[in-house]
Write a protein that binds this ligand. Sequence first.
Ligand code: PLP
Length: 489
Amino acid sequence: MKFTETRGNDGVKPAAVSFSQAILSPMSSFGGIYAPEEIPRFDDDFLAEHLDKDYLALARDILATFQVDLPDDLVEAALDTYQSFDDPDNPVPVVRVGERLHVSELYHGPTRAFKDMALQPFGVILSGLAQARGEHYLIMAATSGDTGPAALDTFRNKPNIKVACLYPDGGTSDVQRLQMVTEDADNLKVIGIHGNFDDAQAALKRLLGSEVFRATLVEKHTQLSAANSVNFGRIIFQLIYHIHSYLELVRQGQISLGDKVYLVVPSGNFGNALGGYYAWQMGLPVEKIVIASNANNVLTDLIHTGAYDLRQRQLIGTSSPAMDILKSSNVERVLFHLFGAERTRELMRQLDEEQHYQLSSDELQALRSLFCADFCNDAEGKAYIKDYFERGYLMDPHTATCMKAHASCCNQPLSAIVYSTAEWTKFSPTIANALTGENDSHDIDALKTIAKLAHTPIPARIGELFDKPVTQKTLVDKEDIEKEVLAFL
Ligand SMILES: *Cc1c(COP(=O)(O)O)cnc(C)c1O
């Protein structure tokens, strides 16, 4: 299977590439990205056949359906990373939390957030491809919290890969910062900057445009790649767990094979929701994909009105920071599959140049036949956290945004799968505040508060962070980032 360009071809770049090429150079013509030329459908008995097979067998067969051009041993090594999850036989547990309401927990990997689902296998694949080609890659990341730890963890000591990760000092939770600054592998560099996440991102952009930086990369025979969800190599691993979660409901006797379900997804860059869309188009019985947002509700507006409009918007800092996003990169792939490359190029050009686009009424109807959306502010989110805790389920603030969208969108008597994207340990101050009304100033206090209330231990992987030596001590002004990264290279 080939992967093609979402904004059409500029006559210079290849119009269609293999899976491995799409991973190594994720950007296509006119600032577009890569998407499968055609979404493969699985056979009628695919789901039934997988009822008594495990997660790895499902993953192998999905990769085969997309005809990925990777050697078998590399695929096996990539899937082997799920061994580091809490339960290697079932990396994604699905639990019932209410009437026809189930939570699929995507956070049981090493860094306790859903980014591990894709980044763990992705790291093995990128490093494997780089070694096979004798190439060296630099992954640059600016993180507000979850991508940084997950990217560092997956690339730790991986041959032919270096990672430089920028984070805003004071802009992440203590746990997220400690997960990064206690990394001690030689191929990882973590740089705290005085400023906020926007400053970190702007600094990253400036660096990528710098001549000196470019020259240094050439001199070091190093290429740049991206580990964010514009890379299809991440999306493919975010499709498997949607199918797995459905099969789990059948195995548990909650639904019958063939019943439709709602997929309720806490969304930022839309990678998780896009995985659900692909799973559906491949043949998974889905009624609607429900897009949950926080106060940065640009996707809610898009799905309600067909307008993607950034002109009056400022990014709002919320207690679900991994969803504080205004330009949601993976919407582009849905536009491409629904409306084609030419229209996608026009819409994305309008968004880039004029900060808005408007879908036609036919286009909006097509979008609304697939998606429903709602958003939830921080106070509402905290109320859901408290409410579900009292009924026996502890959830993080990102997961909590799903509960309002579930109530407003899931109006058919069908089961719903809500995706939980972070463990309670990663956003403990918000959760402790939701449960007690008090403010703990440090994560460690909030963790203890919650552990006590929930009669659950602080997981070892989180607790021991507070005793680990800090090895990444670089903390600089924005202007000095380039110097730091060059010194690292
Ligand atoms: C990244 C992230 C999200 C958003 O996922 P997208 O695929 O970008 O839509 C939601 N919750 C958490 C905790 C995350 O880390």
